[in-house]
Design a protein around this ligand. Structure first.
Ligand SMILES: [Ca+2]
Length: 372
């Protein structure tokens, strides 16, 4: 190789390496955007939340919390609650409380050790530099099990500041219909962990006071509607039965009595797709996309996307944009298919941009930015 050419290639190599790995530009139905990788090196990241000081709090399923601030990913936060990293369990969703700017409270959902197995726990605490302080366990599942399946564990707040969280059926479908069980439903508590006086099952001495619904299989997406304030979820169905539902007090979402899906073995779970007494889903994915993460878009950066619902997909490795007309889904666009990987979380940032986490041993935090 002539010397000038060698020099040229040596000069070019660092330039190519330094370019963001996937600052790719995409054309979608209603917007041009690029994906910018803000950080890699995240071990199976699961949830993210935007802190008042500008940092981005990220959970890693094996049991860590980190903060991305000014482009730098922190060391793991010290002193976080113990988790059991098994199967789908570990350090799961994170959220900031409604008064986070004044109080600093952050909320986490995790699968923790309990008597006889693993159970969902909801905690709140504060960050002091690189430490977790003032930790309070707000909820602890009593009926633990050794299963590594179906923890649910998304967190969302409604406009009244009440905290909703999901627990999946833990791989035992019947639990979703058992009164008094904690699995297979959405729960609602106050931000301090107490039970709201108007929770729907308080008159039933057998029911869990925090229970708000039942018949949910494994909800891993949850967000408050920006106009109605209602909590929307999606849930992993069996084969061919992922659902979107609106969380309403005391409602039974049917699992496994009614479902649009069949078992992964091909066996029929229920002959019925609907029945009296069970809420119909707003929307069903068949085949299943394995949805995770959910955000309503309200930002100014993508005017055409305002009012749309974004959902990540694990199995199909894509981002779904749903157009809504009230409570009806009137359009679905699939974006970024196989471009980034399994999408675990979707959130809108305070800057009006969309943020995604990819579920991988070397997971990414990615931001979607408009391109003229
Ligand atoms: Ca259902």
């Amino acid at each position: 190789m002539p010397l000038p050419t060698l020099w040229l290639s040596l000069l070019l190599v660092p330039v190519l390496v330094a370019a963001p790995a996937s600052a790719e530009t995409y054309e979608s139905e209603q917007a041009r955007f690029r994906t910018v990788v803000l950080t890699d090196g995240l071990a199976h990241p699961w949830g993210l939340a935007f802190l008042a000081d500008g940092g981005i709090l990220i959970s890693e399923r094996p049991g860590r919390l980190r903060v991305l601030r000014d482009g730098n990913l922190s060391a793991p936060i010290e002193g976080v609650p113990e988790v059991v990293d098994r199967g789908q369990g570990g350090m799961l969703d994170v959220a900031v409380g409604p008064d986070h700017g004044e109080t600093g409270w952050i909320y986490i959902a995790l699968s923790g050790p309990g008597e006889g197995g693993i159970g969902t726990q909801i905690w709140r605490g504060r960050l002091d530099g690189g430490r977790w302080i003032d930790g309070e366990k707000l909820f602890e599942m009593q009926r633990t099990s050794r299963s590594g399946f179906h923890f649910g564990s998304r967190i969302a707040f409604d406009p009244d500041g009440r905290l909703y969280f999901s627990i999946g059926d833990r791989g035992e479908m019947r639990r979703a219909q058992v009164v008094g069980d904690e699995a297979g439903r959405i729960h609602r508590i106050e931000a301090d962990g107490s039970v709201p006086p108007d929770n729907p099952f308080l008159d039933d001495p057998q029911a869990m006071p925090s229970a708000f619904t039942r018949g949910n299989r494994n909800p891993q997406g949850m967000a408050a509607h920006p106009e109605t304030g209602e909590i929307w979820i999606h849930e992993h169905g069996p084969r061919g039965g992922d659902e979107i539902n609106i969380v309403r007090a005391g409602e039974n979402y049917g699992w496994p009595e009614v479902t649009h899906g069949i078992d992964y073995s091909g066996a029929v779970i229920s002959e019925r797709e609907r029945a009296p007494g069970f809420a119909d889903p707003l929307y069903v994915w068949d085949p299943s996309i394995a949805p995770s993460g959910m955000a309503f878009y309200t930002g100014a950066a993508f005017p055409e996307w305002q009012g749309d619902l974004f959902v990540g997909a694990l199995k199909f490795r894509l981002l779904v944009r749903l157009e809504l007309d009230g409570e009806r889904v009137v359009g679905e666009e699939r974006m970024l298919e196989r471009e980034l990987g399994r999408i675990r979380a979707v959130e809108q940032g305070p800057d009006g941009l969309l943020y995604l986490l990819t579920d991988a041993r070397n997971g990414l935090l990615v931001r979607l930015e408009p391109v003229e």
